[in-house]
Each structure stands twice: as structure tokens, then as C-alpha cells.
Write a protein that binds this ligand. Structure first.
Ligand code: XUL
Ligand code: CO
Length: 437
């Protein structure tokens, strides 16, 4: 069995390559619309899945063969693991990574000891960042794994859990700043409810907002200028997560005065759990000015939970890139592979195959999206569909010079609407397919 150290750097070999450890589409320096693929895609590896994923499921213990886990979870081992992770990222030409505080360093017997463990490991992250030039896309805190968060963290019925979570995020922000992180993500964890009978929803959501305000205030105090993200997910682990989908999150942020500080981190599989497509979530975030970053993965149409699979569907990556480019692409965000290899794919080499597949699918999606944008064919078709708004009564409504009374007068004079036209959905689908194959 090969471990990460035994595998060579993955290079771009072009679409004809049959080498399973080469990129066929991801060519980091290749320019698309005048910008390198590296800068369009801003790929990131997720420490929790890549280094710590064990393959455990409710029916069995972990299956992953991970030489870097070692027999005990101590700081020394945690430091070695960081070096192996950077070796992996270098070989994958991965410019960014993301982590939770508890993925990278073991908890100690007290908060003080836990913080010290984290500091010790963060030193190695810093060394490895300097050695390789790989950067931290965003940091986050695990506020869901430990039993102290059984009722949630910021939305717990127990004030001490809130206080512990606050201490934890304070430290996570300091560490993210120390590592030059470009962002910080709030994902709900257990912020939601299992049963409304025992839940004071208003109080819990007020607390969540207070918590996020404290984070924003502390970030200002220490000079952390990275972007905050809110990551929607409708359910799992709780029956109802408060960060349900982009629309719910945007409403929450605006209702509590957080809209200037927090953007969205949208995850494909979370979107589908909410009954949306990822492009719906991206479009919604984009049009509201909240599009920040993406957790790139995919679900399984036949399974109803967060399977976090690597994205390989070219339609999906094309749609993601098209929407992202429509809203100007990433600034601080990136495509973070919040994805895990299957329980049955237990060798380290599977991590390479998985990331290569995801990166190539996005690189190809980027190229197809750029072609679609270049001809403008699709955009023109959509524009024509809305042509009645460009002049006459439509333009006047958009300008705000009409009201119910004037519109009634207009219709009474006209009698009925002009003939409407077909939506031609199948034609649109065929046009897109022409770019795909
Ligand atoms: C959970 C999930 C998290 C967040 C970070 O479903 O996506 O890994 O991305 O806490
Ligand atoms: Co995620």
C-alpha cells in the first residue's frame, strides 16, 4: 500500500492522458478569460476529511488505512500529520486548505491545555505554509463533536455551552489570524432543534446572532480582516438547522444586522438536502450580494443524507462556474473540497484519485462555462425571453412610473395580453449540451 510520501506530484498531461495520477483538464497556469485556472478555481483541501476521515459509519468502525493516525492522538503525532498533509497539498498543486480547531490538535484535560495543544500544532502549520506557499482559505471551530455541545453551542439551552463555544471561537479566530486565513466559517453544527416542544426558538436565534456579533467584534479588536461565512444546511445532525438555506441565512443576517460582515459558504450537498440545486443557492446568494465561498462536493440522488462525495458531474461543475463567473468570481472564497472518499476506498492513493477527479471536473466545467459566456448564445436567449421589459410598458414598470391604476387603464384600453411565447426548456437544454459534448 502506498502512502502519500510514496506518490509523485500530480502534473497536467492534457485530455489525452491515460495516467490516473495526472490532471487532464486542470492546468493551473492556463488562462481562461484572461485569468489563470488557479485563480478562478482557488481549490482547497479539507483537513477534516482528508487527514481525519476514518470511514466510520453507524454500522461499523473506521476502515481507512492512515499511517499518519498513529496509535495515540498526541501533539507530536498531530504535528507529523500536518507535514504529511502539506506534502499531499503540494503534490496535488492545491493552493489552499481549511480546518476546524479540533481536526488539527487533540483536546486536553482543560481548555487551557487544549489551547496550548492547538498553539503547538499551529506552529507547524505556519512553518509548512512558509515552506510551501500554501494558504489558509478559512478556519473554523468544531462546536458539535464534544458532548458539552449536545444541545448546540450558541443556541444551547445551557448558558455554559455558549460560553465555552465563545472561548473556542475566540481562540479559533486568533489562530486563523496567526495563519493569515482569508476567512472564517460558521457552520451550524448542532444549532437547531430536534423537538419544538422543548425549544424556545426565538431565544436560541437571538443567542446565535449575539454570538456572531461577538465574533465580528472580536475580529475587529484583534485585526482579523478575513471574510466571515455562514454555511447553510437544513438538517443533520438536528432535524431542523437554523442555517437552513441561503434565503433563511440571508434573512437571519439582515434581521440581526450582520449583513455587512457575513457572506455565504454554499455546499452542494447541503443545497440538495434543502430541496434546492447548488446553482439555485449560488444564484440566490449572488443576486443578494452574499456569494462568498463554496464547499465543493455532491450528494447521491438515491441517498437522503449528507454523503459528501467528490464532485464529478460535469453539468454541475459547469453550472457552478457559470453562476460564479456571472457574479464576478471569487474574491476571498474558493472551492473547498468538503468531500470524503467512500468507506470502501480506504487506501491513501484514493485521496489522490478523488481530488484529481474533483479538480478536473471543475477545470472542465470552467472551460465549458467560459465557452458559453464567449458566444453569449444562452444569455441572448434569456434576454430575448424578457424583451417585453426593455421598452414600452415593461420598461415603465421597471422605472417605477406605473401603478395599479395606470396599469388597469393600460389593460382596459388594450383588452388582453399580447400572445405569450413558449419557454423552450428543451431547446435550452440542447443548447447547453452542445457545449458539453
Ligand atoms: C458539515 C460541514 C462542515 C462545515 C465546516 O456538514 O459541511 O464540515 O463545512 O464546519
Ligand atoms: Co461544509
Amino acid at each position: 500500500m502506498k502512502s502519500i510520501q510514496d506518490i509523485c506530484r500530480v502534473e497536467y498531461e492534457g485530455p489525452e492522458s491515460r495516467n490516473p495520477l495526472a490532471f487532464r483538464h486542470y492546468n493551473p497556469s492556463e488562462l481562461v478569460e484572461g485569468k489563470s485556472m488557479r485563480d478562478h478555481l482557488r481549490f482547497s483541501a479539507a483537513y477534516w476529511h482528508t487527514m481525519r476521515g476514518s470511514g466510520a459509519d453507524p454500522f461499523g468502525v473506521g476502515t481507512m488505512k492512515r499511517p499518519w493516525e498513529g496509535p495515540v492522538d498526541n501533539v507530536e503525532n498531530a504535528c507529523n500529520r500536518v507535514r504529511i498533509f502539506f506534502d499531499f497539498c503540494e503534490k496535488m498543486q492545491m493552493p489552499f486548505y481549511c480546518f476546524h480547531d479540533r481536526d488539527v490538535a487533540p483536546e486536553g484535560d482543560s481548555l487551557a491545555q487544549t489551547n496550548k495543544n492547538l498553539d503547538d500544532v499551529v506552529k507547524v502549520f505556519k512553518e509548512e505554509q512558509e515552506r510551501t506557499g500554501i494558504k489558509l482559505l478559512w478556519g473554523t471551530a468544531n462546536l458539535f463533536g464534544n458532548p458539552r455541545f449536545v444541545h448546540g453551542a450558541a443556541t444551547s439551552c445551557h448558558a455554559d455551552s455558549f460560553a465555552y463555544a465563545a472561548a473556542q471561537v475566540k481562540k479559533a479566530l486568533e489562530v486563523t489570524l496567526e495563519l493569515g486565513g482569508q476567512g472564517y466559517t460558521f457552520w451550524g453544527g448542532r444549532e437547531g432543534y430536534m423537538c419544538l416542544w422543548n425549544t424556545d426558538m426565538k431565544r436560541e436565534m437571538d443567542h446565535l446572532a449575539a454570538f456572531m456579533h461577538m465574533a465580528v467584534d472580536y475580529a475587529k479588536e484583534i485585526g482579523f480582516k478575513g471574510q466571515f461565512y455562514f454555511e447553510p444546511k437544513p438538517k443533520e445532525p438536528t432535524k431542523h438547522q437554523y442555517d437552513f438555506d441561503t434565503a433563511a441565512c440571508v434573512n437571519f443576517l439582515r434581521a440581526y444586522g450582520l449583513q455587512d460582515y457575513v457572506k455565504m459558504n454554499i455546499e452542494t450537498n447541503h443545497a440538495t438536502l434543502a430541496g434546492h440545486s447548488v446553482e439555485h443557492e449560488l444564484e440566490y446568494a449572488g443576486m443578494q450580494g452574499f456569494l462568498g465561498s463554496i464547499d465543493a462536493n455532491s450528494g447521491d440522488m438515491l441517498l437522503g443524507w449528507d454523503t459528501d462525495q467528490f464532485p464529478t458531474d460535469i453539468y454541475m461543475t459547469t453550472k457552478i462556474m457559470l453562476t460564479l463567473m456571472k457574479y464576478g468570481g471569487f474574491t476571498t472564497g474558493g472551492l473547498n473540497f468538503d468531500a470524503k472518499v467512500r468507506r470502501e476506498s480506504f487506501e491513501p492513493i484514493d485521496l489522490f484519485y478523488a481530488h484529481i477527479g474533483g479538480m478536473d471536473a471543475f477545470a472542465k466545467g470552467l472551460k465549458i462555462a467560459a465557452e458559453i459566456r464567449k458566444t453569449g448564445e444562452l444569455a441572448d436567449m434569456v434576454a430575448k425571453r424578457y424583451a417585453s421589459w426593455d421598452s414600452g410598458i415593461g420598461a415603465e414598470i421597471e422605472k417605477g412610473t406605473q401603478n395599479f391604476k395606470t396599469l388597469e387603464a393600460y389593460m382596459l384600453a388594450k383588452g388582453d395580453v399580447d400572445e405569450t411565447q413558449s419557454g423552450n426548456q428543451e431547446l435550452y437544454e440542447n443548447v447547453v449540451n452542445r457545449y458539453i459534448f
